[in-house]
Design a protein around this ligand. Sequence first.
Ligand code: ATP
Length: 313
Amino acid sequence: MAEVVLRCDGLRKRFGDLVAVDDLSFTITEGETYGLLGPNGAGKTTSISMMVGVLARDAGAVTIDGEPVDVHRTAVKRLIGYVPQQMALYPDLTAAENLRFFGRLYGLSGAALRQRVAEVLDVVGLADRAKERVFKFSGGMARRLHIGAGLLHRPRLLVLDEPTAGVDPQSRNAILDSVQQLAGTGVAVLYTTHYIEEAERLCDRVGIIDGGRLRAEGTRRELITMVGGHDEVRLGVDGDLAAITKALAMLPGVSHVDAKDSGIQLLAIEAGSLLPDILGAAGRAGAVIRSVEVTEPNLEAVFLHLTGKALRD
Ligand SMILES: Nc1ncnc2c1ncn2[C@@H]1O[C@H](COP(=O)(O)OP(=O)(O)OP(=O)(O)O)[C@@H](O)[C@H]1O
């Protein structure tokens, strides 16, 4: 059985009347990549700020390798590599110089520092750019270097807060490759995102967070099985969307009917066999069908099922 690295138990944070994080509990084991998946404002940043000890919590407990994490305890923070959304690199220094700078902050020096910088540049795929100054880097390269800075002191837990936010698709791929590389190194990774594809591609287990609460967690397969394998159906339609939505919502086997973007989105058990009924009911409600798209269950459908809303609008 793999060892538990991060344990959060009943975390809670309130800002005035808003409960931003509510009774959040989960664990991450050695070598595991855990995704915290949820829309903007779900409480991801607030949660990880408490886990890494930069924000005081109202209730609950966090341990890393069994050691309690707290705002005032500094020793335990050496076990954490925290890569926040906001980057802190020196543009006029080269990639290697940046890492050497951060490495010294962690107490590394001499040959050990040089060796660790080389290893980290390798892990994040920047070994051939070591001597380039960072102002020349693309957004994605800078992000990978930023992740590297969080790895220098060999943390037990690496926390990545939406590391692909605002980068182009090619750079995103390179970042995801780097994170995948980490899986073999034994570090426990906490990865927050609002992108389904990233959670599906990278994470051994995913926690679905919305409104500050963990709605469900498990492997991709466990989560999909949990919601009963509903297919997602999208109809492109012309007509009275409110009337069509109402008609479809009355069909057995159909749920979460939602009108959006001049179309209708719904969940259906075995959409293949229900499709004639769905098209018939929509037609009788005056719909002119322009397109039909059926998607096998993925985490998007799980999110919709659990929260009644789409992850992305
Ligand atoms: N310092 C603060 N004061 C008041 N409200 C806050 C504060 N920080 C966060 N919030 C609120 O708490 C909720 C959760 O925010 P949080 O940043 O944790 O969400 P998130 O899932 O990380 O979203 P994002 O991806 O946008 O960062 C939001 O409604 C946010 O407006």
